[in-house]
Write a protein that binds this ligand. Structure first.
Ligand SMILES: [Zn+2]
Ligand SMILES: [Zn+2]
Length: 197
């Protein structure tokens, strides 16, 4: 899985994990899987209650169009619309594993609300910095998972190493089969579309 550069972007990775859990063919949107999304991304997963499952699933479906957006305008409009709907009340918090950081929802907000606020703000920050160049749907044929790239290089096009490798191997084989291709080229699979960082 991708490594995230810092606490500021934990909401980005959490959004990706949630969208993949609830909107993909092979996704697992069970309560345990939702708890894992929270735990893996530094949210208070032990605050999760069974009644929160549906709001989380809904939020995952709500965020998917952001990752599918091909026009910046479209993505900005969606984030703006959602930010109008999620009441924010920023304040500083200091807890593991992030240390001092900003909470965007009101202090009294329950977990789903806090999750919505943080994912929205972190995705917005990513867009401000990089436009849509860091997010998308996996480029591997047949894969419907989304990704976000917060590495310095920012060249990720796949949801996972696995998808990057099988796509590059397939492209390499296709090139070798091409009869007219006599030009000398470097041997070995094409440069990976995603770099481990
Ligand atoms: Zn926090
Ligand atoms: Zn993939």
């Amino acid at each position: 899985m991708m490594r995230i550069t810092g606490y500021k972007s934990h909401g980005v990775a959490a959004a990706v994990a949630l969208v993949n859990a609830v909107t993909t063919r092979d996704g697992d949107d069970s309560e345990d899987a939702l708890r894992a999304v929270l735990r893996d991304n530094g949210f208070f997963w032990h605050h999760f209650e069974p009644r929160d499952a549906e709001p989380f699933r809904r939020w995952g479906r709500t965020l998917r169009p952001f990752f599918e957006a091909t026009e910046l305008e479209q993505a900005v409009a969606l984030l703006n619309e959602l930010m109008m709907e999620v009441p924010m009340h920023p304040h500083l918090a200091d807890h593991d594993p992030h240390g001092l950081h900003i909470h965007y929802a009101p202090p009294s907000a329950r977990l789903p609300h806090r999750f919505r606020a943080t994912t929205l703000m972190n995705l917005s920050e990513l867009v401000v910095e990089h436009g849509l160049s860091r997010t998308g749907v996996c480029a591997a044929p047949g894969c419907d998972r989304v990704y976000a790239d917060t590495s310095r290089a920012g060249r990720r096009r796949f949801c996972s190493e696995n998808c990057a490798n099988r796509t590059n191997v397939a492209a390499f084989r296709a090139r070798r089969r091409a009869p007219r291709d006599t030009s000398p080229r470097q041997s070995g699979p094409a440069a990976p579309g995603t770099e481990p960082d």
